[in-house]
Design a protein around this ligand. Structure first.
Ligand code: ADP
Ligand code: MG
Length: 264
């Protein structure tokens, strides 16, 4: 397989595709098995550039696997995944790093480096992967920390920060390479309730910025108020996709109806 994610090809694609014209993410009949266990089943999905999508569904339904497939944390067993119309199968080395530069990922458990300050966590990829000068990378990190409301916490270590603050550092880190797509896997599930709001606020600001967002969440307020579209998964399949008001007021699939009765 040829590396279609060559540097020149991707920078052209990512910087010039007009918003709303291209699919940012496209799944064609994608399946994923772990051993004999098929956890993603022939999924077709299209997410437009700039769209904000909330993914919900019961535990074990395949939500994390779905978004991990997008940045190749998992590879598909069959089917095709295109990012801005570029096939992503079997990417390795520089081409894979190039793909991940365009896709930020925010984990449930923040995954910050404990021995690095907030500023160092955010700037690390620029220095290590992209060869930026330390001083310039740190400056960009501080600007991003300011954007997520942590301008005064740049020199703090993760253990000196609350969960909500750590997650905002993780969001700043995910943005540092100017990705066109950002994926969130239950970003507020590990937080104390009083800290969920500050993280959702940052995500709401981000949603307005034109970045493509795919958010696995149990936070129905986010899905209802911020998402352009809600996707409901169960058993490795997308059972329903709808605009938030339709999904919450008139869920069609019986399993979506049952899910909503439990979470609302
Ligand atoms: P969700 O995020 O909706 O809770 P996941 O995508 O994490 O669901 O998991 C879907 C199914 O795939 C579950 O049955 C889970 O146990 C299984 N699974 C996920 N990751 C792995 C893995 N690395 N190895 C084996 N099974 C896995
Ligand atoms: Mg999950």
């Amino acid at each position: 397989q040829q590396d279609t994610f060559s540097t020149a090809a991707t920078s052209a694609v990512f910087s010039h595709s007009p918003a709303g014209k291209n699919a940012a993410v496209e799944f064609r009949q994608v399946s994923k098995s772990f051993g004999p266990h098929e956890v993603i089943r022939k999924v077709d999905l299209r997410v437009d550039s700039g769209e904000v999508v909330a993914v919900c569904g019961p535990s074990g339904s395949g939500k994390s696997t779905l978004i991990r497939l997008i940045n190749q944390l998992e590879s598909a067993s069959s089917g095709e995944i295109l990012i801005d119309s570029q096939p992503t199968q079997n990417l390795k080395g520089a081409a894979l790093r190039q793909l991940r530069t365009h896709i930020g990922f925010v984990f449930q458990q923040f995954n910050l480096y404990a021995h690095l300050t907030a500023e160092e966590n955010v700037s690390l990829a620029l220095i290590k992967v992209h060869g930026w000068k330390k001083s310039v990378a740190r400056e960009k990190a501080r600007a991003l920390l300011t954007r997520v409301g942590l301008g005064d916490k740049a020199q703090h270590y993760p253990e000196q920060l609350s969960g909500g603050q750590q997650q905002r550092v993780a969001i700043a880190r995910a943005l540092v390479t100017d990705p066109k797509i950002i994926l969130f896997d239950e970003p507020t599930s590990a937080l104390d309730p009083e800290m969920i709001g500050e993280v959702l606020l940052v995500m709401q600001e981000l949603a307005k910025s034109g970045i493509t967002m795919i958010v696995v969440t149990h936070e129905m307020s986010f899905a209802r108020e911020i998402a352009d579209r809600v996707i409901f998964m169960d058993g490795g399949e997308i059972l329903e996709q709808a605009q938030p008001e339709d999904f919450f007021l008139r869920p069609q699939h019986p399993r979506a109806q049952r899910f909503l009765q439990k979470v609302l």
